[in-house]
Design a protein around this ligand. Structure first.
Ligand code: ADP
Ligand code: MG
Length: 395
């Protein structure tokens, strides 16, 4: 990545504003139910602490829509972060103004302060310059480690970088380096596996990847639209009739680009969208009008695995079936295992896909699991993320 990282600058004694992604899930009692996002920011926070910076952390949490709402306070996150760092984390009741300034002024080198939810101000999402300036006024250096919100040009992800020098944190750098290399200079063969519910969510990803990959595997609900484009009857399967023409075009684009496009040849069908519904394995030519395809079949997953295992780079976005229901999780599981077996660079992005590899216990065997659902999707679309573009170029 040609963006400058925090290891390139002197941070000792400096007030460093770090945008992190602490948008963690919580239950009704405001207990954090998954602290993965907090843990993902620890390398950057620990580095700054160890190097004597005054660490000012900022994040959004939920959708408070520009209003102060205790339900979306970051206070529980400060407590959990304190446990993880084994160190006191101070909590500011505001993210700008006198309250925040007073807390910042109390910080000694190596101490950590968490500002209150930046989305308590509507100016955050509006990227209002006055608000961004107020955030910037708290610090001398800006660090963005929130890859998950890098696709949004908000005050704390983009606007602030206009006022103080801006650098990439370790998580940001890792995300952009690994996915950037895969897209710009991949080791080949390069295989992309795209699945999930709908083609319409991923048109731009498919179009961008068709220019880059050697093999494109399409599974999941979206495969039905491609199967229909090839003339198969898909019964009651999830299908986007208005995208059949587009699927036909994409099939032609793949052919022109010399990309091997693989679709399921068999599927698991049921008459109901239910885990208890009796299911059967059929060839894609044998789907009955009252049936719906809810997973790829064993023949397909075997073929897909055979393409994935010897690859040098694999990017996977979107499950192969309704993996939330055990009878339809087999295809996704087979792909997850093939990814784990593959010796090349293996990258997974997308909220549900990440949940699937974690559920299937293969997460540790993969090269990279992206922390950003929407951000990783836009990255794979080939878009420039505003939160990345705003960072200083490496000297
Ligand atoms: P990601 O979050 O990884 O980008 P998506 O959100 O695009 O993935 O898709 C995930 C959803 O797609 C899952 O909820 C899954 O149940 C659904 N899905 C996958 N295959 C099918 C199918 N054949 N029919 C209906 N839904 C499906
Ligand atoms: Mg999803």
């Amino acid at each position: 990545m040609n963006k400058a990282g925090i290891e390139e600058i002197k941070v000792e004694g400096k007030r460093v504003f770090v945008r992190v992604d602490f948008n963690v899930p919580m239950d009704d009692q405001l207990n954090i139910t998954d602290d993965t996002r907090i843990k993902a920011a620890l390398p950057t926070i620990n580095y700054l602490v160890e190097n004597g910076a005054k660490v000012i952390l900022a994040s959004h949490l939920g959708r408070p829509k520009g209003k102060v709402n205790p339900k979306y306070s970051l206070a529980p996150v400060a407590a959990r972060l304190g446990q993880l760092l084994n160190k006191q984390v101070f909590m500011a009741k505001d993210c700008i103004g006198a309250e925040a300034e007073a807390e910042v002024n109390h910080l000694n080198n190596g101490q950590v302060l968490l500002l209150e939810n930046v989305r308590f101000y509507q100016e955050e999402e509006e990227n209002a310059p006055e608000f961004a300036k107020k955030l910037a006024d708290l610090a001398e250096i800006y660090v963005n480690d929130a890859f998950g919100t890098a696709h949004r040009a908000h005050a704390s992800t983009e606007g602030i970088a206009r006022y103080i020098p801006a650098y990439a944190g370790f998580l940001m750098k890792k995300e952009v380096d690994i996915m950037g290399k895969a897209l710009e200079n991949p080791s080949r063969p390069f295989v992309a596996v795209i699945g999930g519910a709908k083609v319409s969510d991923k048109i731009a990803v498919i179009e961008n990847l068709l220019k880059k990959v050697d093999i494109l595997i399409i599974g999941g609900g979206m495969a039905n639209t491609f199967l229909k484009a090839q003339g198969y009857e898909v019964g009651k399967s999830l299908v986007e009739d208005d995208k059949v023409g587009l699927a036909q075009e994409l099939l032609i684009q793949a052919q022109t680009a010399g990309v091997r496009l693989m679709l399921p040849t068999d599927v698991i069908v049921a008459k109901e969208f239910s885990p208890d519904a009796p299911s059967r394995i059929v060839k894609v030519s044998e789907i009955q009008p009252e049936e719906q395809a809810l997973d790829i079949g064993p023949e397909s997953s075997e073929k897909f695995a055979k393409a994935i295992i010897p690859a040098s780079t694999v990017i996977w976005n979107g499950p192969m079936g309704v993996f939330e229901m055990a009878p339809f999780a087999g295809g996704t599981e087979k792909i997850a295992k093939a990814m784990a077996e593959c010796q090349g660079a293996t990258i997974v992005g997308g909220g549900d896909s990440v949940a699937a590899v974690e559920k299937m216990g293969v997460a540790e065997k993969l090269t990279h699991i992206s922390t950003g659902g929407g951000a990783s999707l836009e990255f794979l679309e080939g878009k420039v993320l505003p939160g990345v573009a705003a960072l200083q170029d490496r000297q």
